[in-house]
Design a protein. Structure first.
Length: 164
């Protein structure tokens, strides 16, 4: 089955199918994603990163999105909407408030600017719910990634390479 049609981005599995597609949680093949811009660590703004580890199957797709984000927004726009604030990717853990494994356990989820996009905040409060961030989400959606904010109006910091 072709998971990567030529006309659009990858068709990622549903969350229930993630183990079959991506492998065993917390034990996945990782690849370093080099960013086209520097990001600050959200919990330590004095530290910057030039890349991070992500599942090898999600790597190329995420790299394309970051390239589009950089080209569209530039440094000032990226800082304005807060996508230069890295909230994490790979983390072997259960979902917050849940019993299932987080998509971060497969390194197929990325969080941005957690302070201004808190887990339970809806579109009225979350920074990435504002109209100037719409292209950011469209770039992810073109690659088949899912925004929990746009899909369910919570966790606006989070994007994942898995459907609900």
């Amino acid at each position: 089955m072709d998971r990567f049609p030529e006309t659009r981005g990858p068709q990622w599995p549903r969350q229930a199918e993630v183990p079959a597609f991506f492998g065993t949680h917390c034990s996945v093949p990782l690849k370093r994603l080099e960013l086209p811009f520097r990001m600050k660590i959200a919990w330590d703004l004095d530290k910057e990163i030039t890349g991070f580890m992500i599942h090898e199957k999600a790597h190329d797709s995420a790299a394309r999105v970051f390239g589009k984000v950089w080209k569209h927004y530039g440094r000032a726009g990226i800082q304005e909407i807060g996508v230069d604030l890295f909230g994490g990717c790979y983390s072997c853990r259960k979902m917050k408030g849940g019993t299932g494994w987080s998509m971060h356990s497969w390194a197929i989820a990325i969080d941005f600017d957690p302070a201004r996009n808190q887990l339970k905040w809806g579109r009225q409060k979350a920074r990435l719910a504002k109209p100037d961030a719409a292209k950011f989400w469209e770039f992810w959606e073109e690659e088949g990634w899912l925004s929990l904010g746009r899909a369910r109006d919570y966790d606006w910091m989070h994007v994942q390479a898995a459907r609900l």
